[in-house]
Write a protein of this length. Structure first.
Length: 418
């Protein structure tokens, strides 16, 4: 009986301790993870309503577990300055949008940013257009995600091509040169080019596309170190020289973007290239007869110019639960469904998605090229160096097409100011 009484006493004591300390469920309940998302995609920004909807939907689906709070204003420059200040102080926001500038990428060498490289090796990486994550990966570390993009396809005026008996866009250089000859013989100017402005914009884009076709999406990976010695850059200069010397408008020397634009818009040039922001400049009839394509394959096929305009990044943390919550949110944010939602704003994104049903023909064509691309090459001017170096491109191009210098000397002239 004494033993039984002792057992009852111990049980009673245990129950008293449990009730005094609270129920086991309360003691082990998971705490809701709070995430602050700092961005300029708020308020009156065109992406603001859609980003808010994504955040609201995520919070509803993760109620009690994860909660994301949107912070910021629609002042992109102001937010960038704020982010840089916080990084400088060693205290970046949990999640943030950021301009892909050298000042930001300098923090890749620190431990302040979360590295998503391992997370992206699975299905999440497949949510992004082929090869585009490499543009925000440095020495194997992906400490930001590409999000908003500027893609530049080749634009073909199919009315002109059809008029000279060509029914499809060129896929090889032989076909491209044949198209140039046929359109020129019919009284058209085959390509829109320019050597003026601060960066000889259109001809710089042509040069970028040619380099991508010769050297692939990684043609500019070591451009500053290899510029003077890599044969890709000379070969690309030879092709560009032929295009500009033989197959463009007579006012090319010193021409600026409005001049080149007007030739294509006016139906004088057969081929052009620019970003999707120019689609709205064409009337419905011209949009209906314009086709987007890749530059003809030389060594590499289906390489598209793709320049990152904004990234997503996150503060590094040793809190495993918070890290998992941030990754969960960013995976959701970059799904095809949510990318399509944000595309309502007119933005073009790094994620794979199908264009909206009410999108224009050219918007649908562009998204198809993005989804098909084998890789993306950034603008030459974004890779080569300072404004002085970029400005030298137009000067050297003018000299080359007038026969004053060779393609080898074109490369050397630019190297002389690097």
């Amino acid at each position: 009986m004494k033993k039984l009484a002792l057992v009852f006493a111990l049980v009673a004591l245990t129950m008293t301790m449990v009730f005094a300390s609270g129920a086991p469920e309360a003691a082990t309940a998971e705490k809701e993870v709070e995430i602050k998302f700092v961005t300029w995609w708020t308020g009156e920004d065109t992406k603001g309503p859609y980003v808010k909807q994504i955040v609201d939907d995520f919070n509803a689906a993760h109620a009690g577990k994860i909660h994301v709070t949107l912070e910021g204003t629609n002042d992109a420059d102001g937010i960038f300055t704020q982010i840089m200040t916080q990084l400088g102080a060693g205290n970046p926001p949990d999640v943030f949008s950021v301009k892909p500038q050298a000042e930001f990428y300098g923090y890749y060498d620190s431990d302040l940013l979360m590295d998503f490289a391992e997370d992206l090796k699975g299905a999440w990486g497949d949510q992004f257009a082929e090869g585009i994550v490499a543009s925000t990966t440095i020495d194997g570390a992906t400490k930001s995600l590409p999000y908003e993009m500027a893609y530049v396809p080749i634009w073909y005026n199919m009315d002109i091509l059809n008029a000279v008996g060509i029914s499809k866009v060129p896929e090889t250089m032989d076909e491209f040169w044949a198209m140039c000859e046929a359109t020129k013989a019919a009284g058209y100017y085959p390509t829109a080019q320019m050597t003026g402005g601060t960066n000889a914009w259109f001809s710089m884009l042509w040069y970028t596309s040619i380099c991508g076709s010769i050297g692939g999406a990684g043609a500019f990976d070591n451009i500053k170190e290899d510029w003077a010695t890599n044969p890709v850059y000379v070969q690309a200069a030879e092709i560009l020289c032929k295009m500009v010397r033989e197959y463009t408008t007579p006012d090319v020397i010193g021409a600026t973007a409005p001049v080149a634009n007007s030739h294509f818009k006016g139906g004088e040039t057969a081929v052009y290239l620019n970003g999707p922001w120019w689609i709205a400049r064409l009337d419905d009839a011209r949009q209906a007869t314009t086709e987007f394509a890749f530059f003809p394959a030389i060594n590499y096929k289906d390489v598209l110019i793709g320049s990152v305009q904004s990234n997503l990044a996150a503060a590094n943390t040793k809190d495993a639960a918070k890290r998992a919550a941030i990754v969960e949110f960013l995976k959701y944010f970059t799904t095809a469904q949510n990318a399509q939602l944000v595309s309502n704003s007119g933005a073009v994104l790094a994620c794979k998605y199908e264009p909206l049903e009410n999108s224009s023909k050219l918007a649908k064509d562009l998204q198809a090229r993005i989804n098909e691309a084998s890789g993306f090459i950034p603008y030459w001017e974004n890779c080569i160096g300072t404004a002085d170096v970029v400005a030298e491109f137009g000067q050297a191009l003018s000299a080359m097409i007038q026969g004053a210098i060779t393609p080898e000397q074109f490369v050397a002239q630019i190297a002389s100011v690097m």
